[in-house]
Design a protein around this ligand. Structure first.
Ligand code: ATP
Ligand code: MG
Length: 420
């Protein structure tokens, strides 16, 4: 019997894992600069949390969740997205009472969605996301957008664009909803069954349909922009002004509705414009979710956030051919000749490591030449050679691989020299 990695998941091997570490590191640094702190929530939650927060008519809840009964007969779901768990935690830990408001959080965590596998779409993927909860100031929207862009910029991406829309407040959305129902109802039998269900439950979702997106009625659908009330319009204008003043350019897309029910006012996506990036060009999606906290039994706490997968960020780096640099060269390779030297070599190795020096040795009793080859392959800056004589005299031969020089040194001298 042969086992394989489950469909839609991947093993991240050493040739790739260092890239993940680099990207995660630059994300953490950026979050620190913006004063966002990390939160880690469980890998699974009560199923109802996502049904309630994300919405029954969304793709995530209706088709993509990994839901199972635990042994206590409770329905649990592997986390498909990050906002609902964070808002749950915000309420549960009464973060609304913390002195510093808004509460600014970020996470880098795996998400699980049962999706059709294709480039850039996995069943387990890692999302970096932020949530700023407790302020309805458009400046915090601008901050969150700017943070997402900053991560891509620091990673070295150039071919990206920000796409922006406003979904308005509740009042605006109700007015728009009525207009949508009037627009689609006469021709709803030409749409997929999902859309037919959406018409009643949540007609806005029709605009996000992946099956019917070419239908002519999509292009002529009433635009949310035309239904924004004064307050929503003013909010959107304020955000646009803040972005423009910070030198952030954007494109407006009145059909950008995003895949989650809880969004209102600001909705945005960051896309890759790199040639050959593939069919899925969205790198990051986010928006405002005023009212979600109340919906989940908490106090009023307006929030905004985004999610981006590390997988798509790495794909974008590849598409733009941005090199990441890897400084994993070894400091010292310990070459040993014979049994006694090997024992001694192992002790030297441990001392080097205790001093914080990156060191390794041979564990296959290979000949000197093969050991030197390993040292080369690992780009070791130094090699120490230990034979019988060296063991007796308590010294090592130290070679500088770049300069080709060699000298005899004691172990304390060795550590001094390498630490420079
Ligand atoms: P899509 O329209 O591509 O399905 P979505 O609306 O489901 O996107 P969100 O739930 O907003 O996406 O997730 C935000 C980000 O998470 C996406 O922009 C993308 O970077 C990433 N993402 C979402 N689903 C996947 C997946 N299956 N594999 C890898 N990354 C994903
Ligand atoms: Mg999706």
């Amino acid at each position: 019997m042969k086992f394989k990695v489950p469909r839609g998941t991947q093993d991240i091997l050493p040739a790739e894992s260092w890239k993940w570490q680099k990207v995660e590191q630059l994300i953490r640094e950026t979050c620190e600069v913006y004063r966002y702190s990390e939160i880690r929530t469980p890998m699974f939650e009560q199923t109802e949390l996502f049904q309630r927060a994300v919405g029954d008519t969304t793709d995530i809840v209706s088709k993509e969740m990994y839901t199972f009964k635990d042994r206590g007969d409770r329905s649990m779901t592997l986390r498909p997205e990050g906002t609902a768990p964070v808002v749950r935690s915000f309420i549960e830990h009464k973060m609304f009472g913390w002195v510093d408001q808004p509460v600014k959080l970020y996470y880098i965590q795996p998400m699980f969605r049962y999706e059709r596998q294709q480039a850039g779409r996995y069943r387990q993927f890692v999302q970096f996301g932020t949530e700023a909860i407790g302020s309805a100031d458009p400046a915090i929207d601008a901050e969150v957008i700017s943070l997402a862009l900053e991560v891509y910029k620091r990673a070295g991406l150039k071919d990206i664009k920000l796409v922006l829309n406003s979904l308005g407040d509740k009042e605006s959305r109700i007015a728009h909803r009525d207009a949508l129902v009037a627009h689609f109802t006469p021709h709803i039998d030409e749409f997929c069954t999902d859309c037919q269900n959406r018409l009643e439950k949540n007609p806005l979702r029709i605009l996000d349909c992946k099956v019917d997106h070419e239908h002519p009625l999509m292009k002529t659908a009433p635009s949310l922009t035309d239904y924004l009330n004064d307050e929503s319009r003013a909010y959107f204008e304020a955000l646009k002004t803040l972005l423009t003043k910070s030198g952030i350019t954007y494109e407006l897309d009145p059909n950008l509705v995003r895949g989650l029910d809880y969004y209102n006012h600001t909705a945005f996506e960051i896309m890759s414009t790199a040639e050959g990036f593939g069919a899925i060009t969205t790198l990051c999606g986010g928006g405002r979710y005023n009212g979600l906290s109340e919906e989940m039994g908490g106090p009023s706490a307006p929030g905004i956030g985004f999610g981006m997968s590390i997988e798509r960020l790495l794909l974008a780096l590849e598409a733009e051919q941005v090199p990441l640099t890897n400084d994993d060269a070894l400091d010292v390779y310990v070459v040993t000749l014979g049994e006694a030297a090997k024992k001694e070599g192992f002790q030297v190795l441990q001392q080097l490591r205790s001093a914080g020096i990156r060191a390794d040795m041979d564990y296959l009793d290979r000949k000197m030449k093969a050991q030197m080859k390993s040292a080369d392959r690992l780009q070791s800056k130094w090699v120490t050679v230990i034979g019988e004589e060296e063991v007796e005299q308590q010294i090592v031969q130290l070679k500088n691989m770049k300069e080709g020089t060699q000298q005899s040194v004691t172990i304390p001298e060795l550590i001094e020299l390498i630490k420079g």
